[in-house]
Design a protein around this ligand. Structure first.
Ligand code: ATP
Length: 213
């Protein structure tokens, strides 16, 4: 990839639900180490855009390019390079918090993830809950674990839908710092958010969406 080439390019994106347009002709580009926030009221189409990018919704028109290549032509690379959190995650009921992160790190090719997992658990404030099962976590702790699953694996592009959900004030502050560090490390971030402080702290640009008539 040349430095001039965006990591993610969305060109003329259109999406319909049952013939009803929800996204019309959306175009933006996101470079390495930068962050774009999708903003707008409920129903504006933010989640739909993110779903098109991670491949869980099919655009009616337009192109989505990752490092210059149409995203649907490189499913394996998307799986490798794109870390996303769009919905609440289902966790294995019998694996502890630490075991979840360990398993994911290993599945993504890290043969000795112990140090990474320990650091991340400390970082996200789940060290004391490391041996708990998911069913015993509070909703905010589950959210922190879900966010951690995106940070325990290789990634060039982070795609997050309202990552601030259910986090307390400290949690949102941690998230802002963590996303800033991700940018410093060269990760690109596309996130939808209703939290102005998080958007101001993390986003280099905002893309404003509005519900279509
Ligand atoms: N599976 C679906 N079938 C039909 N319509 C849908 C579907 N998913 C979303 N929509 C509609 O598409 C529009 C955009 O929804 P979307 O979830 O993308 O908005 P959003 O900007 O993420 O909203 P929020 O801020 O509430 O999360 C809404 O009008 C919604 O009702």
């Amino acid at each position: 990839m040349t430095t001039a080439e965006p990591r993610l390019a969305v060109q003329g994106l259109r999406h319909l639900y049952a013939e009803r347009p929800v996204i019309e002709d959306l175009t933006f580009t996101l470079r390495a180490g930068r962050a774009i926030a999708l903003v707008g009221p409920n129903g504006a189409g933010k989640t739909t855009v993110l779903k098109c990018i991670v491949g869980s919704a099919e655009p009616a028109a337009g192109q989505i390019l990752l490092d210059g290549v149409p995203i649907d032509e490189r499913v394996e690379v998307v799986r490798r390079d794109v870390a996303s959190l769009l919905d609440d995650l289902d966790f294995f009921p019998d694996l502890t918090v630490a075991e979840h992160l360990d398993l994911l790190a290993r599945a993504h090719g890290n043969p000795e993830p112990e140090d990474l997992v320990d650091t991340l658990l400390d970082d996200i404030g789940l060290l004391a809950a490391a041996e708990q099962l998911p069913g015993s976590l509070s909703s905010g702790q589950r959210r922190r674990l879900a966010l951690a699953t995106t940070l325990v694996r290789p990634r060039k592009l982070l795609v997050l839908d309202e990552p601030e959900q259910r986090l307390d004030t400290d949690g949102v502050a941690w998230l802002a710092e963590r996303l800033q560090a991700e940018k410093q490390a060269g990760t690109s971030i596309l996130f939808a958010s209703h939290d102005k402080e998080l958007v101001d702290a993390v986003a280099d640009e905002t893309v404003a969406l509005a519900p279509l008539p």
